[in-house]
Design a protein around this ligand. Sequence first.
Ligand code: ATP
Length: 600
Amino acid sequence: MQNKDYFSKDRTPTRGFNRVVIRKLFSYILRYKALGILSLFIVIAGTILFLMGPYLFGYTIDHGIVNGDISLLYKMAIALFGIKTVRLLLIVIQSYNLQMIGQKVTMDMRMELFRHIHSLPVSFFDKNPVGRIVTRLTNDIASISELFSVGVITVIGDLFIIAGIIVAMFLLDVQLGLLSLLAFPIMIILACWFGARMKNSFREIRRKLAQINSYLNENITGMKVIQLFNREGKNYKIFGEISDDNLKEQSKYITYFAIFQPSIHMVSGFTIAIILWYGGMRYLDGVLTLGVLVTFLTYVQNLFDPIRDIIEKYNIFQGAMASSERVFGLMEEQQEPDYSIANPYREIPKKEFKGDIIFRNVWFAYNDSDFVLKNISFQVKHGQSVALVGVTGSGKTSIANVLTRFYEIQKGAIFIDGIDIKKIEKIGLRYMIGYISQDVFLFSGTLRENITLFRHMEDSELLSIINSLGLMPFINRMQDGLDTKISERGANLSVGERQFISLSRIILYDPQIIILDEATSSMDPISEVFIQEAMHKITKGKTSILIAHRLSTILHCDKIIELNRGEIIEEGTHEELLKKDSLYRQLYKLSLKGKFVESR
Ligand SMILES: Nc1ncnc2c1ncn2[C@@H]1O[C@H](COP(=O)(O)OP(=O)(O)OP(=O)(O)O)[C@@H](O)[C@H]1O
């Protein structure tokens, strides 16, 4: 199960605002310039309308109520109602507009990330758990979306309102204006103190949530093993501990938040009280009119809401910054070299290749110089079949991995028809090679979709191909034929049925070279015969490399290569190897005693 290191990469970067990240984020908004400009325009218009409210209020008191001008009272009431209505209308448009910008930007990001993930080398997926990658595509993108939809423009709007109120206050009365600003240093101290604590707490909450997600992900995926080994109780306890950690952090955050809000209200109340007292004195001295005093008090009352809003939104900024760093970090992951998914459907001239394979002094390591293939040299001529045998971990699958260029070799060279495979574009190479691995991956969908891999094909054509392979019994056995629903990862299918799908996929693909990593799990003898015969038909006339575990498969091969710890120790035909005092001969004898030639 996951250890602490597993989560270390999910830690939120401590740096507050990263200029490079902000620039990249803005490059996304700039794609929607018109919507952005509309938002800014609404912010400015909204601020002006907002400031006009209290001003008209004061004006009405001084000129309408005090002077007894009833017609002015009517006009002002209508004007105030009009302003409020227009402002509300702008808020509706703004809210829709901001959500649209947020959604469009995040969709762009999600699509780019999804596309980028497809171009990453297999080694990336070895090192990065699925849960973490999915978190990038979901939680992190959602957090960035929040930044765009409720963060950026709202804060810009708040800043406009604060600046507008300060200017308006100073225009009305400089002394009272200066007095209101007295609250600012206290506000800054409070914001820094609470802000820092809320920020740390918020970061921890995010990390704890990531832990919860990863733990859930792993548990649900591995439910079979958990139930089989009665791990439910233990896992429940671990999950309880992680959730408890999260709860503690949440309660910390809630406490800070609960105290922060009233503190701001206290400062605001204190400032209003001072303005009321001092403004009242100035009114009594005849320096201020009643209208100006009321306008002033309304402005001061409205000054603190946007300040509180900005401090609260700071967390959204922090979260979004951290998420953006992680998303952009993933986008910067090195793509598979020499791989383009620009046009994966273009026709590759595969008929030009015959499929002669040469491995020449190949050395390969997954990690640094920990070589798992050492000085491997062999040749498979066009149309020949080679069986790779050897104990578990001897390097058989690694040979398939380097031939398909899922991993790049460190030394030596591999040739197909005399061309170094490094010079063949990966898309072309993979059109040429069909790889049937032990672990057949199935997608949720129908049987038809899993065979055709979601390409359009007439049922009659598909069935005739399956029939030519002699695999119709598999289709007939399925409840709804080609329409049979396959659940996620093919959980509702047997090993034999999965192999059947895998073989059918390959035949539709019609590659020149076939690599077949034979499944070790036993099938029923009848299914095995069907699959074996289909395999013969598929590999006929093709170059094939069989990672073999069954004697029946090996006997058919033109050549057998035995591997041990990444080196070729024996090579020859079945007869040649039997004549020698080879390991193969020992295995063969064992098989005659009734055991399979199991290489593992
Ligand atoms: N993705 C990987 N990253 C690091 N090491 C790996 C990776 N895949 C395999 N190895 C290591 O490479 C060595 C050869 O593995 P490989 O899968 O080629 O063996 P194999 O002969 O196919 O074994 P098996 O018959 O069990 O499938 C093993 O020591 C294995 O631990």
